[in-house]
Write a protein that binds this ligand. Structure first.
Ligand code: SAM
Length: 348
């Protein structure tokens, strides 16, 4: 792992990727208490905004090049009005006049009843987080009894109503669920879902994480290879997951490896937190992190045109996140202290 470069002003190598993916956290509350999650341990730490505010920010950012919006949390399905929010988001258009690609990440607990209304409102895809395919283990990780059946039902209904492809995200942690790799391979094949393993990242909850708890991409491939041979599927540069199908063509898995194979250099994301902050990077709030190159985000403004653009300057964004917002005549510029910057978009 690289050591972070010293802080300093961005000298402007504005040649990174366009920022095309927006994540909006619509609540910090969650109905699960996952052992590795800060919200799970401490409850909601940040407030919510009215949906109109997220929508206003989404509208401004869509005008700056956003093409995909993912709704997340906390647990987004806890928030009353989420279906109407999707319906309003679905009215936005990209700068080239196309529909937004709207997706949602959920723990799936409430999904079975909501999948059809969400689909009808304009949701295209869903990702369900599920860290074990064994009900008891699942309960130990989420610290909620009897959730497994609800989540499984949510996954199945989502597939039936066409929230496709259904992706199932599993964070692997040594000592908790690394023995679930092969069962998840079987699950992907049997349920017709894309299972994506995520390396455990040192985010805000730093009590559980240590390098030893990370089950790496190489280890996942080795373990899954003992079950069946995998063939890598070519993936887009901006895709975070490396994709594999089983040799017989049945079942797909993905591996997201931000720890052992960081992909900061081609990240195309920006985030709005539930309390309305812009975050450029998940790692941004973690002190002293040294995972190599990270992003700054700027709005490049040429007359009449503005775009969100990443900037690879080699500095850690927690020290050096610089965001310039240029909306019409109003320009806001702040240097972020911890990878977050308030944004109050001014619309014409
Ligand atoms: N409640 C929703 C859910 O469960 O999907 C959305 C929020 S949850 C924080 C989003 C995803 O981040 C989940 O798949 C979760 O497992 C993952 N996640 C949380 N902490 C993580 C960590 N330290 N490393 C890797 N993934 C993490």
């Amino acid at each position: 792992m690289e050591t972070p470069a010293p802080p300093g002003p961005c000298r402007g190598h504005w040649k990174g990727n366009g920022i095309t993916d927006l994540r909006i956290s619509i609540t910090h509350r969650c109905n699960y208490k996952c052992v590795y999650c800060r919200t799970g341990n401490e409850g909601a730490l940040y407030g919510d905004l009215p949906f109109a505010d997220y929508l206003r920010m989404a509208r401004v950012l869509t005008g700056l090049g956003i093409q995909k919006v993912r709704i997340t949390g906390g647990e987004p399905l806890l928030r009353k009005g989420v279906v109407d929010f999707v319906r309003e988001l679905a009215k936005l258009r990209t700068t080239s006049g196309e529909d937004l690609d709207i997706a949602l990440t959920t723990n799936g607990h409430l999904l079975a009843d909501m999948a059809q209304p969400l689909k009808d409102a304009g949701l295209r895809r869903v990702t369900v987080s599920m860290d074990a395919v064994d009900p008891e283990r699942f309960a130990r990780i989420t610290r909620v009894p009897d959730g497994y059946d609800n989540v499984l039902a949510g996954i199945r209904v989502s597939g039936r109503v066409g929230l496709w492809p259904v992706k199932v995200n599993c964070v692997l942690m040594r000592g908790f669920n690394e023995d679930q790799i092969i069962p998840f391979g079987m699950f992907a094949r049997e349920e017709g879902v894309v299972v994506r393993f995520i390396e455990f990242m040192p985010l805000e909850e730093d009590r559980v994480w240590s390098p030893n708890t990370v089950v790496t991409l190489d280890e996942i491939l080795r373990r899954m290879g003992e079950y069946r041979l995998l063939v890598e599927i070519p993936h887009a540069r901006s895709e975070t997951a490396r994709r594999y199908r089983f040799e017989d063509g049945i079942g797909e898995i993905g591996i997201i490896a931000p720890v052992s194979h960081p992909f900061c250099g081609h990240c195309s994301r920006i985030r709005i937190t539930s309390d309305g902050k812009i975050r450029t990077c998940l790692y941004g709030a973690y002190r002293g992190i040294g995972f190599g190159r990270q992003l700054s985000v700027v709005v490049i403004r040429t007359p009449g045109k503005a775009r969100l653009q990443s900037c690879h300057n080699g500095f850690s964004c927690s020290q050096n996140s610089r965001i310039v917002f240029a909306f019409g005549v109003g320009v806001r510029q702040r240097l972020a202290g911890k990878g977050t910057t308030s944004v109050v978009p001014q619309e014409r």
